[in-house]
Design a binder for this molecule. Structure first.
Ligand code: GLP
Length: 246
């Protein structure tokens, strides 16, 4: 793992965007895995700034990590809506090139399989951007998720529902279920960039980067991936050992 510690969220976004832009230069049709949440927000903003200087994202394919079950796609809190509004539209990614699991499918298992098949047809994700939950989750793979799990129907933990309550009326208003890429699915991305900021992520980052590789901390599976860059601000790096946090 390559661990990069930066001062502040803007620099975090600049570093994240630089990695994406390098991939984009190599392949204008980059298959980019996009996370929702606050962690990648400054990276998306830096990419939008790059667009204003002439970088072309029109051939990029965006692949979502997860989606709530039961929110209409038009609901502004559905990840489909969030990713289109906050990532695809500002970057000029074509709407038909945004792939999100269908959280409204009558058969979520089939929707999960269809999503996996669509990712395979794209040739897999080249670079996956990830945030991390306070409990070490990736996507919506909560503690205990199998390392070889695939895209599937999953249940949100109480911690995650509490954390995501800020987007809803309250924790009880947060959907209970989701479709999420599995940890096995995420691990098939050629490159992974984990972004985290703030003291509240410090324990999860330390467990993911330096702790035992255990399903109790889903993000610790990344220690087994050959190409992971972890970009964190000083606060999120606060519980890493001194040797890494330079
Ligand atoms: C959410 C999302 C994850 C995200 C994580 C952290 O529940 N499903 O994909 O990475 O929690 O969110 P944030 O970056 O807002 O802290």
């Amino acid at each position: 793992m390559d661990v990069v510690v930066v001062d502040g969220q803007d620099l975090l976004g600049d570093r994240g965007a630089a990695l994406v832009l390098r991939e984009l230069r190599a392949d204008p049709g980059l298959v980019l895995g996009v996370a929702t949440g606050s962690s990648p927000a400054t990276t998306y903003r830096a990419l939008v700034r790059a667009r204003t200087t002439g970088v072309d994202f029109s051939e990029v394919r965006c692949v979502a990590l997860d989606e709530y079950v039961g929110l209409p796609t038009s609901d502004p809190r559905a990840y489909d809506a969030v990713l289109r509004r906050e990532v695809a539209e500002p970057l000029g990614v074509r709407p038909e090139n945004v792939l999100v699991p269908d959280g409204n499918a009558a058969d979520p298992g089939r929707a999960a399989d269809a999503f996996e098949a669509a990712v395979r047809r794209l040739g897999g994700v080249r670079m996956q951007l990830l945030g991390i939950g306070r409990n070490g989750h990736l996507g919506f793979n909560e503690p205990g998720s199998a390392f070889d799990s695939r895209t599937r129907l999953a249940t949100l933990s109480a911690t995650t529902r509490a954390d995501n309550a800020r987007f809803f009326e309250g924790p009880e208003d947060v959907p209970e279920h989701c479709l999420t890429q599995g940890l096995g699915t995420i691990m098939e991305s050629a490159k992974i960039v984990l972004l985290a900021s703030g003291r509240q992520k410090a324990a999860a980052v330390a467990a993911a980067v330096e702790g035992p590789v255990t399903e109790a901390c889903p993000a610790s599976v990344l220690q087994r991936h050959p190409d992971v860059t972890v970009i964190v601000d000083r606060e999120a790096a606060g519980r890493l050992t001194a040797s890494l946090a330079t």
